[in-house]
Design a protein around this ligand. Structure first.
Ligand code: NAP
Length: 473
């Protein structure tokens, strides 16, 4: 994929970039390693001050960086500015809470024959971050903020269609005060990733992206024994049960499916509705989807802009065509407009069967699959019926069902009567083919820490843990 800014609203190539040569990549890794050694000597308070300065820059420049994101990947300007604000919130969250998250955690010293025993969280070094274009700031900041606070450094390989946002991000952390090299952008293609992972100075890798990229990066990391965190795709179920507030569910369903022009990993994609409320939900949802305004993403009145890439738009179109050819019914949308740029309208498709691609594949655009079920068990079976398990939504006012959904839905998060969202305060990640590991909260920060056990004895003979019953491993 060429490294270039292509306006998805028009298809116009605005700027192209040559890939960073290997020699410069190696030099950037060297600077990241030096910056790691420098960061280890700084206090959490110092790093927090720099991260707070980054938050202030994100707030002050939200309009500028928002326009850049909209130009590069087509999200509405309003959504882009909200993304910058969310990044600022996450930076402040980690600046304020990192001292607690990184504090030594005492263990039961007496039980292990020690005078003192505790866990210490320490940084591990430069981490490679391979990131997608869909939330070009947020995906990066939710990795970078905890990583830098922990004392790690970051090397960003961003998606090839958001190079200017990637360069802005590297500048952001440097302007905020972090040492040179603490966070660098490498303008490289995916073919350069294994070489970077192989470098002994790079200690770990994190990917947010597709299943295919996940398999490839995990395999490379396995060959070089590097830890990975993988945030992959989702085909989140949105279950509506008879006790649900159907109007509220339909309202949230529309946003949950079409936010970010339908290109969110945790977008609700499969709407699984109990037969008692199916017709009411289908009607309310279809009306709302039809009302969404599709247009120039820079306009304040636009709800849905273009898809980010031509290939992405063609994929979505192909999935809908495949379903229709095999007997599915389109309730609204479903026709790719004949105009420049990568457009696709909000669409609802029903009467889906397992023979259709949409049944099991993630649809990365504003297209909802609508399914009818007749019982709780059928809803859960269908909800869990793909290989993915990122988020899940359930709408019910029955407290017993709420509890059961929380347990039975096989996903990294379950949101009941509300939209699946990422918050700095809550861990985020998936199960099964949606990946492994967690981002955000204290858990996300500790993914890239050396969780070090420290055992301190009295110092007299014999050593406290070497008596009868002790085992060396
Ligand atoms: P993608 O093709 O996997 O791209 C994501 C990143 O991985 C890009 O930087 C890309 O570089 C790189 N990449 C692709 N193939 C690679 C390979 N074989 N080896 C190394 N790097 C590789 O993802 P996408 O299709 O653009 O993005 C949409 C996918 O991301 C969806 O499946 C979505 O659900 C998922 N996603 C998941 C989350 C989450 O938090 N779980 C969040 C957002 C998106 P190039 O651009 O140079 O190809």
């Amino acid at each position: 994929m060429p490294i270039a800014t292509v306006n998805p609203a028009t298809g116009e190539v605005l700027k192209t970039f040559d890939p960073t040569p290997d020699g410069e990549v190696d030099a950037a890794i060297g600077r990241a390693d030096e910056a790691y050694r420098a960061l280890r000597g700084t206090t959490v308070a110092q790093r927090g001050a720099w991260l707070t300065a980054a938050a202030d820059l994100l707030d002050a420049e939200a309009e500028q960086i928002g326009r850049l994101m909209t130009t590069e990947m087509g999200k509405t300007l309003a959504a882009a500015k909200a993304e910058a604000a969310k990044c600022a919130t996450a930076c402040r969250y980690y600046a304020e809470n990192a001292a607690d998250f990184l504090a030594d955690a005492p263990a039961d010293a007496a039980a292990v024959g020690a005078r003192r025993a505790f866990v210490r969280y320490q940084p591990i070094g430069p981490v490679l971050a391979v990131m997608p274009w869909n939330f070009p700031l947020w995906q990066v900041v939710r990795f970078a903020a905890p990583a830098l606070m922990a004392g790690n450094t970051g090397l960003l390989k961003h998606a090839s269609n958001v190079p200017q946002t990637a360069l802005w991000l590297a500048e952001l952390f440097h302007r905020a005060g972090f040492p040179a090299g603490a966070f660098a952008t490498l303008l490289v293609g995916s073919d350069a990733v294994e070489r970077i992972i192989a470098d002994p100075r790079v200690r770990a890798a994190t990917l947010t992206g597709s299943e295919g990229a996940g398999r490839s990066i995990a395999a490379a990391a396995g060959r070089h024994l590097k830890k990975t965190v993988l945030e992959l795709g989702g085909s989140d179920p949105f279950v509506v049960m008879p006790s649900a507030d159907v109007a509220a569910a339909a309202e949230v369903a529309t946003t949950a499916r079409c936010q970010n022009n339908g290109q969110s990993c945790i977008a609700a994609k499969r709407f699984i509705v109990h037969t008692d409320v199916f017709d009411a939900f289908a009607e309310a949802f279809t009306v709302r989807m039809a009302k969404l305004r599709v247009g120039d993403p820079m306009d304040a009145g636009t709800d849905v802009g273009p898809l980010a890439t031509e290939r992405g738009r063609d994929d979505v179109d192909g999935q809908v065509r495949d379903a229709v050819d095999k007997g599915a019914r389109v309730l609204v949308g479903g026709e790719r407009p004949d105009r420049d740029g990568w457009w696709y309208p909000p669409t609802v498709v029903t009467d889906l069967t397992p023979a259709m691609r949409m049944w099991a594949e993630e649809v990365f655009g504003p297209v909802a699959g609508l399914y009818r079920v007749s019982s709780y068990d059928e809803a859960v079976e269908l909800a869990n019926g793909t290989a993915l398990g990122l988020g899940a939504n359930a709408w019910t006012r029955d407290p017993d069902e709420q509890e059961r959904f929380a347990t039975d839905l096989d996903a990294g998060s379950v949101f009941v009567n509300g939209m699946t969202t990422s918050y700095p305060q809550l861990p985020f990640g998936g199960v099964r083919n949606s990946g492994y590991g967690r981002e955000l909260s204290a858990l996300g920060m500790r993914e890239f820490c050396n969780i070090k056990t420290v055992w301190v004895g009295e110092g007299g003979a014999p050593a406290g843990n070497a008596g009868a019953g002790a085992h060396a491993e």
